[in-house]
Design a binder for this molecule. Structure first.
Ligand code: ATP
Ligand code: MG
Ligand code: MG
Length: 141
C-alpha cells in the first residue's frame, strides 16, 4: 500500500515543528501525510486501574477535531500539494503512532510536547516511539 509519513500532534509548538517537517517530507516522498492525535491515557495510569480506552466526551472529541483541523490546515498552507488524512486515536499516543505505522513508513514527532515539566529530557512519547516503532523515526527539535 501507499507509504505514509505519520505525524503525531498534541497542539504544542513542538508538534507544529514536527508537522511542518513531516509535510515537506511527505511531498518529497510522494507519501500521504497521516496526522494522528491520540486521546488515550498512558499505561502507567491504567496500571492503577484506569481504562486504556474510553468513550471521549463531546468536549474532548471537539478538541481533538479542532487540533486535527488546525494541523491539516497548517500542513496544507505550508505544502499546498500535500495529501493528508487525519486520525483520532483512542489509545495512548505511543501505541497509536506505532499501530498507525508500517515498516516502510516514517514517524515524525517533536522532541517534546504539551508536558509542563521543563526538562532537558526528550518527552516520554518521543522516547517510547523511538524505542518501539516498526519504522524509522524522526524527532524534530
Ligand atoms: P510528557 O508527555 O512525557 O510529559 P511532553 O508532553 O513534553 O512530555 P511528549 O508527550 O513526549 O512530550 O511529546 C513529544 C511529541 O510526541 C510531540 O511533539 C508530538 O509529536 C507527539 N505527541 C505527544 N502527545 C501526543 C498525542 N496525544 N497524540 C499524538 N502525538 C503526540
Ligand atoms: Mg506529552
Ligand atoms: Mg505524555
Amino acid at each position: 500500500h501507499t507509504p505514509k509519513v505519520v505525524v503525531g500532534v498534541d497542539g504544542s509548538d513542538h508538534s507544529r515543528a514536527a508537522l511542518e517537517w513531516a509535510a515537506a517530507e511527505a511531498v518529497r516522498r510522494g507519501a500521504v501525510l497521516r496526522i494522528v492525535h491520540a486521546l488515550g491515557m498512558p499505561l502507567i495510569v491504567s496500571a492503577y486501574g484506569g481504562p486504556t480506552r474510553f468513550q471521549p466526551t463531546d468536549e474532548i472529541s471537539g478538541q481533538a477535531t479542532s487540533v486535527l483541523t488546525d494541523a491539516r490546515a497548517h500542513a496544507t498552507e505550508q505544502e499546498p500539494d500535500v495529501e493528508t488524512e487525519t486520525v483520532t486515536a483512542l489509545e495512548e499516543a505511543p501505541l497509536a503512532l506505532i499501530r498507525q505505522s508500517h515498516p516502510h513508513d516514517l514517524i515524525v514527532i517533536g522532541t517534546r510536547g504539551l508536558g509542563t515539566v521543563a526538562s532537558l529530557f526528550v518527552g516520554s512519547v518521543s522516547v517510547r516511539v523511538a524505542a518501539q516503532a516498526p519504522c524509522p523515526v524522526v524527532v524534530v527539535p
